[in-house]
Design a protein around this ligand. Structure first.
Ligand SMILES: NC(=O)c1ccc[n+]([C@@H]2O[C@H](COP(=O)([O-])OP(=O)(O)OC[C@H]3O[C@@H](n4cnc5c(N)ncnc54)[C@H](OP(=O)(O)O)[C@@H]3O)[C@@H](O)[C@H]2O)c1
Length: 412
């Protein structure tokens, strides 16, 4: 069977097949985008991806959250920052005032919100950001290194939840996935949000660790273009259009052209032959789960030409013998996890269905051929802009509001 070039591109970008109830975006729609400026896919979610949305993470309105906070987002024009704004709105986080800070590139422009009206982007200024009760940093690690500690300093400083890797490995700074080690946020003002791949994988790994005790973790990850921010998505989209027109595909963000390719490199190479992204998974899994410094975790990280949601093959060796049905039941009951595991019905996790979802999807759960009774192999997909960044950060803020480490300052 032959497909037109645009049909191939549509299927490739959005993972459409005829075997499940997904209607690909019409070819004409893709065609019309060719002449348009770059479409912003960071908040792209095809309506069909919402049909299965039965996220278990509750919208919390306990007493502490009755307080209202002045909330700042630095980088709300970027891939992660936009999602933080949406999570705050969707989860009814009690925002008295939303302030958005950016660089000279976006200062003065406005961001439309459903609940807080039209918010004008302020040029980032430390003193102004310190007026907030909590500031979400969705900017580079260098920016966080320059400003985060100065933002939290003193009694009148604000709480900072940082999405970069700047502070993740500092001993006294908590690195938090709320469902695992949320209690570590108590009495802290600077919190590091984990690497997206790590956060997604640990949502499935942690319940299995509680159940069977893990001895080894081996991960292979297939990561979407949005992991490299808005510019990563733009490069994939523009490159795909160029490829289809027969033009040369250029790459600035990725090490090689990404359309119709996979690239076994994310971040820079380290002396041991692993990339920094791969080592982040090992370092951060140990820190978040309080595992020993030499606990065996290994990861291969591959960039693939999808827009959003990372996929992971995870193999674990366990202390106790495993039971696949029991593992399925426990994962289905775990917060932030959705079991999608019915191979007979072609139901398993996919980026397309995980996109826009708060829960990560886990499926293809089976006893490992390598570790036998003491091992499981499974597949996970999670929206890395949500669980791997924005949602996790907002859940951290909720945790801190609940445990009293986030307080609303007295207003003058
Ligand atoms: N993408 C992911 O999947 C992901 C997942 C987990 C963590 N992270 C981390 O989250 C952070 C943000 O990533 P991203 O993917 O959202 O990047 P992005 O799409 O490139 O957005 C970067 C944001 O930073 C802002 N910014 C840059 N320089 C600034 C300055 N001097 N002052 C104020 N704002 C400035 C930009 O605002 P202007 O438009 O005003 O320049 C933009 O909104 C990074 O540390 C990244 O490693 C990303």
């Amino acid at each position: 069977m032959k497909f037109s070039a645009s049909a191939v591109a549509t299927a490739f970008l959005f993972g459409a097949t005829s075997s499940f109830a997904f209607t690909p975006i019409a070819n004409s729609s893709l065609q019309s985008r060719k002449n348009a400026s770059v479409v912003n896919y960071s908040s792209f979610t095809h309506p069909s991806t919402y049909q299965n949305n039965n996220n278990k993470i509750p919208i919390r309105t306990p007493p502490a959250l009755q307080m209202s906070y002045t909330v700042g987002i630095v980088g709300a024009t970027g891939a992660v920052g936009k999602e933080i704004k949406d999570c705050l709105e969707n989860r009814n986080f009690p925002v008295a005032q939303l302030r958005i800070f950016g660089s000279a590139r976006s200062a003065g422009t406005t961001v439309q919100t459903e609940k807080y009206g039209s918010v004008t982007v302020e040029l980032f200024d430390r003193a102004a950001a310190r007026e907030c009760d909590v500031v979400f940093l969705a900017v580079s690690g260098d920016f966080a290194l320059e400003h985060a500690k100065a933002l939290v300093e003193g009694d009148d400083g604000c709480v900072v939840i940082d999405n970069s890797s700047a502070f993740r490995y500092e001993k006294d700074i908590p690195l938090v996935v709320p469902e695992i080690n949320g209690a570590e946020t108590k009495k802290c003002k600077l919190i590091a949000n984990p690497n997206c791949t790590t956060a997604i994988g640990l949502m499935a790994i942690w319940p299995l660790h509680q159940l069977y005790g893990l001895k080894k973790i081996i991960m292979s990850t297939y990561q979407a273009s949005s992991g490299a921010g808005q510019e990563g998505m733009d490069e994939l989209q523009q490159g795909t259009q160029k490829w289809l027109q027969g033009d040369k595909v250029e790459n600035k963000i990725f090490a090689h052209p990404l359309p119709f390719n996979v690239i076994p490199q994310i971040d820079k190479f380290m002396d041991n032959g692993y990339t920094k992204e791969e080592m982040k998974v090992a370092w951060e899994s140990r820190k978040i789960c309080s595992l020993p410094d030499d606990f065996p975790v290994s990861c291969s990280a591959v960039r693939i030409p999808t827009i959003r949601a990372h996929s992971e093959v995870i193999i674990v060796e366990t202390e106790k013998p495993v039971n696949v049905e029991e593992a399925r039941r426990v994962l289905a009951d775990s917060p932030g996890v959705k079991l999608v595991d019915d191979p007979a019905q072609l139901q398993y996790p996919m980026p397309l269905t995980a996109t826009g979802q708060y829960d990560i999807e886990v499926g293809r759960i089976r006893k490992s051929l390598i570790f036998g009774d003491h091992g499981l192999e499974f597949f996970v997909c999670g929206d890395q802009l949500l669980r791997g960044a924005a949602l996790n950060a907002v859940l951290v803020a909720e945790e801190m509001a609940n445990n009293g480490s986030l307080k609303a300052k007295a207003k003058a």
